[in-house]
Write a protein that binds this ligand. Structure first.
Ligand code: SAM
Length: 255
């Protein structure tokens, strides 16, 4: 049966409580949940938070959900597409806690990060494979463009894995909970983001080559590597975010 909107529901109360604990949710907090589905996580959130704003795209689910959570007066259900929802319309800062729809994991993450100043933290259940790429340190095989762009804006931590068997119906992949502490201002300063990401994307598009070879379309690559003291024989995944920032800055002087 075709599942619209990536609907895989989680019922295990132990996992649900563990997710909320990781989220650090307190009675002071407004929590935004993306994709409340049948409200299992929503109800637990309502017991821990001051207010829960649950954004669900599926009209049929929204009707059921309103009945299911009717005894909680601190849950607001909004029928909307989270990819288009204006998160800056929410009053004050908030935490995001959600079992997100996997078909939009990465775009949703970047959509949320557009509102970084409003977000205290995010605790998201997602595909384990994506969770590993997001949290990968440099030097590991999963490290790449996604790890760099997310780690420049947040401190992500893979907290615990969740088996596909915990969901109804089970998805095709295993999952993991990732907690992101969101940095209000960027912890890495970059002079030209567009150029920086061009360098990073080019490097990782040729992952098996050395950094000198994968970046040879850039003028002055040998000199830039020498200036920054980065070994030209390294593979792209061996360079840290700071290495890429220094390298992009040096390369920009030859562009
Ligand atoms: N939170 C529920 C649970 O844990 O059982 C359901 C999680 S299910 C993986 C994803 C939910 O996101 C579904 O309820 C689906 O309808 C909803 N959804 C999918 N795309 C969405 C979107 N663009 N905006 C808001 N909700 C969406």
């Amino acid at each position: 049966m075709k599942r619209p909107f990536g609907q895989h529901f989680l019922f295990d109360p132990n996992i649900l409580k563990k997710i909320i604990k990781c989220g650090g949710v307190t009675r002071e907090d407004t929590v935004v949940e993306i994709g409340p589905g049948l409200g299992t996580l929503t109800k637990f959130l309502a017991l821990s938070a001051k207010k829960v704003i649950a954004i669900e795209i599926d009209k049929r689910l929204v009707e059921k959900l309103r009945e299911i959570v009717s005894m909680h007066d601190n849950i607001e259900i909004i029928q909307a597409d989270a990819m288009k929802f204006p998160f800056d319309s929410i009053e004050g800062k908030f935490r995001v806690v959600a079992n997100i729809p996997y078909y939009i994991t990465t775009p949703l993450l970047f959509r949320l990060l557009e509102f970084r100043e409003k977000i205290q933290s995010m605790t998201l259940l997602m595909q384990k494979e994506v969770a590993k790429r997001i949290t990968a340190p440099h030097g590991s095989k999963e490290y790449g463009v996604l790890s760099i762009s997310v780690q420049m804006q947040t401190k992500p931590e893979l907290i615990f894995p969740v088996s596909r068997k915990a969901f109804l119906p089970p998805p095709d992949v295993d999952s993991a909970v990732v907690h992101f502490e969101v940095c209000p201002s960027l912890s890495f300063k970059v002079a030209n983001y567009a150029f920086f990401f061009r360098v990073v994307r080019t490097a990782f598009s040729q992952k098996r080559k050395t950094i000198a070879n994968s970046l040879k379309i850039f003028k002055g690559v040998k000199d830039a590597l020498a200036e920054t003291g980065i070994d030209p024989g390294l593979r792209p995944e061996k360079l840290s975010i700071s290495d890429y920032i220094r390298l992009a800055e040096a390369l920009s002087r030859y562009a």
